[in-house]
Write a protein that binds this ligand. Structure first.
Ligand SMILES: Cc1ncc(COP(=O)(O)O)c(C=O)c1O
Length: 448
């Protein structure tokens, strides 16, 4: 970008008022003492207000899968604005939403052939839970009301999502949450599975925890189980080999719907369109968002099976089948951005690309094994986490320091407490992967 272009874009501009904006999921006061502003992004790189270029190690927040500033997405959004800025979708339609839905479902496994649009991952999760409850009621099994999540699960910040979610900090300030939820045990087992590149060998039996909950609550009171195939926000917790298959079998056996929260795993993160395809385990409902529009326009999509969709469409009453939806469901700009994103994913083979980089990724991630204070490395396709031992008396300090050093060295990485999580744009080159881990190794080595 030329210096004139940078000026035009307000490059180097820093805000004067930091108080009006209440930042989300942030330590506001700490940030504002030492603020850092990102002012532009291209491809794999951000530029900050000091003109420093840093590699994007987390694809935004697991969402900029095709890399930043994809001109054809920008152009598609601009053209759509010229054509139709907005039309709502309540008993109304614009062609693009239908075209986009029919194109999208072709990328997802059978029988997930129907899609409900939302605006975020949190809304996708709430939508999935509501579809599950409503489905059972329609079939005359209205006693199936319990929703089962998993410890350490993250399903966004709506009340549904935090109720089935299993991260204490996201739950403990918000009262009683949804009644009737319960949680499977999580699958993080550093003692048995530390430093296993790919899916860990131990822990398939943890899926049998569902049997405990069935024995406790009765299968006829359980509507659905929701899990992230790979838990991201808790620090990239991988499913043990065979775990998801076993969970699928148990859900089928007990008539419980299986929901995959694929908000970060769909759209190429694991070297396939979604984790369901990668692992060969198909849920009844799948919640997605993020990479769907390459993060340009907020959007989410919930995929449902033929059996569920047909149940709703089979009711005699010709009125509204599901009393649920958002003003911006199927927003024309989001659909246009999604279409253009799919064009890129298809043309550049990005949905599969992570699989071809996997070996290089895992080998590089494993370079952290044996570095001081590294107690685990978890990695799979283009996702990973490095877990550091918490500093005695100062948990999370080490992770924050490593992330700060990485930034100074040219990598914007994300620390979640003492874990460094990694999920770069899927366009990353092998050389950039090597560089990314060079930086992390250096930062870890320099952090006592
Ligand atoms: C697995 C999962 N579900 C849901 C969400 C919530 O998505 P959003 O922030 O778009 O509401 C996230 C966000 O990171 C996520 O990782």
């Amino acid at each position: 970008m030329s210096n004139t272009d940078k000026k035009k874009l307000g490059h180097n501009r820093v805000p004067t008022d930091l108080e009006s904006y209440w930042m989300p999921s942030s330590a506001n006061r700490k940030f504002k003492q030492d603020p850092r502003f990102i002012v532009s992004a291209r491809g794999m790189y951000y530029t900050d207000s000091n003109d420093k270029e840093v590699m994007d190690g987390s694809a935004g927040l697991w969402c900029v899968n095709a890399g930043h500033y994809r001109e054809e997405i920008n152009q598609a959004i601009a053209e759509q604005l010229e054509q139709l800025d907005f039309a709502h979708s309540f008993n109304a339609g614009h062609p693009l939403a239908f075209d986009y839905a029919s194109r999208l479902v072709k990328h997802f496994p059978d029988p997930l052939n129907h899609v409900f649009f939302t605006n975020s991952g949190s809304e996708s999760v709430d939508t999935a839970l509501k579809i599950a409850l409503s489905y059972h009621k329609l079939r005359g099994e209205g006693s199936r009301q319990r929703l089962i999540g998993r410890e350490k699960g993250y399903h966004g910040m709506g009340f549904g999502g935090i109720s089935v979610g299993g991260l204490m900090k996201n739950r403990s300030s918000f009262g009683m949450l949804l009644p009737g939820t319960d949680h499977l045990r999580h699958t993080l087992d550093i003692e048995r599975n530390a430093f296993s590149a790919g899916l860990p060998a131990h822990g398939i039996e943890l899926a049998d925890d569902l049997t405990r909950l069935v024995e406790l609550h009765g299968a006829d009171n359980i509507a659905a189980v929701i899990v992230e195939p790979i838990a991201g926000a808790a620090g990239v917790i991988l499913p043990p080999q065979g775990y998801l298959q076993r969970l699928r079998e148990l859900c089928t056996q007990h008539g419980i719907l299986l929901i995959f929260d694929e908000v970060i795993t769909a759209f190429g993160r694991l070297g396939a369109s979604c984790a369901a395809s990668r692992f060969g385990v198909v849920p009844d409902i799948m919640a997605t968002a993020k990479g769907i529009t390459n993060a340009t326009v907020p959007m989410g999509a919930v995929f449902v099976s033929d059996a569920i969709f047909d149940t709703f469409m089979g009711v005699e009453d010709q009125g509204i089948e599901l009393s649920h939806g958002y003003t911006y469901s199927g927003h024309p700009l989001a659909c246009a951005a999604g279409m253009a994103t799919l064009d890129i994913y298809e043309r550049e083979g990005l949905l599969d690309r992570a699989a071809s980089l996997e070996q290089h990724w895992n080998e590089n991630a494993m370079r952290l094994q044996g570095q001081p204070n590294v107690i685990d490395v978890r990695c799979h396709a283009l996702i990973g986490a490095i877990e550091l031992a918490p500093r005695p008396g100062a948990p999370m300090a080490r992770g924050a320091e490593v992330a700060k050093r990485c930034y100074e060295l040219g990598l914007w990485s994300r620390n979640i407490g003492d874990m460094i999580v990694m999920s770069p744009p899927l366009i990353i080159s092998e050389a950039e992967i090597t560089r990314m881990f060079d930086i992390i190794c250096k930062a870890v080595a320099a952090t006592p």
